[in-house]
Design a protein around this ligand. Structure first.
Ligand SMILES: Cc1ncc(COP(=O)(O)O)c(C=O)c1O
Length: 374
């Protein structure tokens, strides 16, 4: 079905950048630059500079950034890592694949880890905190970093949804021992397939990730240091991402403008919660514009019929997926969120007209239902 307002529009995105992107791809293909060439090194340099860290290591997914970051700080069997269940499954899978145990705690109303609950979850086995900067909003990093310092544990930032978001002027992915980014096409910096990067100021973490992604090999010496993986960011993807990174600051401002337009259109509707939280240090970049209502499923259907494409991140708590083998940690806020959230169209191409149409449809939905029904 062709939506009147698509969630994102990858074809239009490409058309708008066609000349630049085609040039970058042709440059790679015509010169045979396919694996670990100057385009990848240049992208890593630009990304590190953008995030404000010494090193960026290009990988083939955000999942691998998480896995290698955790391995890089020494997480292994017997360790515990504290994180949230209201995240993409890769956050938790990376902990499991290190042989460690994820300790899942609840989130605050802004969908990020509830920092007030962290200390109660710390045990002698806790090796790291893994906050997720969800929907483009950085978690309460001042509190998180000070807890980590007090307990002498590391912090790995899952910044997959937060490239360009800041906390007290510091970029997501620059505050912990490592930051983890995803370039999945829906992300603020999306490739033409999977991609990711680890960012860090720690030369040892950077070196380990650089080797792990290349089956454990040190490219300079040819020595294999570990049993690694094949997890390098493709050179062509890096070339495309370099083009897009130059546009990112404008896109992020646009997203904030779109969010503000949604706010204007949706303020004052009973029983509808909007994602505008006090920016107590944060500068949110709205990877997703997530609204919350108990009438979520009916609203979603109404919008679908009106031609507005929406997504739900995520409809079922992670522990209810039996195959993941997770115990129910009893997280009421996470459970409620799964029933109530819906993400509205949001991208660099989303127009104010599309936002106005969407907010108009949402208003109509609620006015038809009457003011006092939840
Ligand atoms: C919060 C979060 N963490 C981790 C990931 C994993 O990234 P990737 O899909 O690139 O492996 C994603 C991607 O959707 C994400 O949203």
């Amino acid at each position: 079905m062709a939506y009147k307002v698509p969630f994102i529009d990858p074809k239009l995105h490409y058309q708008n950048l066609k000349a630049e992107i085609d040039g970058a791809i042709q440059d790679c293909l015509c010169n045979g630059d396919l694996i670990y060439r100057h385009q990848l090194r240049e992208f890593e340099k630009d990304l590190a500079e953008f995030v404000g860290v010494k090193y960026a290591v290009g990988l083939n997914s955000g999942y691998h950034a998480l896995l290698f970051a955790l391995m890089g700080i020494g997480v292994g069997p017997g360790d515990e890592v504290i994180t949230v269940a209201h995240t993409f499954v890769a956050t938790v899978s990376a902990i499991i694949h290190c042989g460690a145990t994820p300790i899942l705690i609840d989130v605050a109303p802004d969908y990020n880890i509830d920092a007030d609950r962290i200390e109660a979850a710390i045990t002698p086995r806790t090796k790291a905190l893994l906050p997720v900067h969800l929907n483009g909003r950085v978690a309460a990093m001042d509190q998180i970093m000070s807890i980590a310092r007090r307990h002498r544990i590391s912090v790995v930032e899952d910044a997959a949804q937060a490239l360009g978001a800041t906390f007290n002027g510091q970029m997501a992915g620059s505050m912990g021992a490592a930051g983890c980014f995803s370039f999945y096409p829906f992300k603020v910096l999306g490739g033409f397939g999977d991609g990711g990067s680890l960012t860090t100021n720690d030369p040892q973490v950077a070196q380990m990730a650089s080797r792990l992604r290349y089956n454990g090999e040190d490219r300079e010496t040819g020595e294999y240091h570990y049993h690694g993986q094949t997890a390098l960011l493709d050179n062509v993807q890096a070339a495309v991402l370099s083009v897009k990174l130059r546009h990112l600051p404008v896109w992020l401002k646009h997203r904030r403008g779109v969010a503000e337009r949604y706010r204007r259109g949706l303020s004052g509707i009973n029983n509808l919660a909007l994602p505008h939280f006090p920016e107590t240090g944060q500068w949110d970049i709205f990877q997703n514009y997530v609204i919350r209502t108990r009438a979520r499923d009916r609203l979603r259907e109404y919008l679908r019929e009106a031609g507005v494409e929406t997504l739900v991140h995520w409809p079922k708590p992670m522990w209810e997926h039996r195959g993941l083998g997770l115990k129910n940690p009893g997280l009421p806020e996470t459970e409620a969120i799964c029933r109530e959230v819906i993400s509205l169209p949001m991208s660099a191409e989303t127009t104010f007209e599309q936002v106005d149409y969407t907010t108009g449809q949402i208003r109509e939905f609620f006015s038809r239902r009457g003011p006092d029904r939840s």
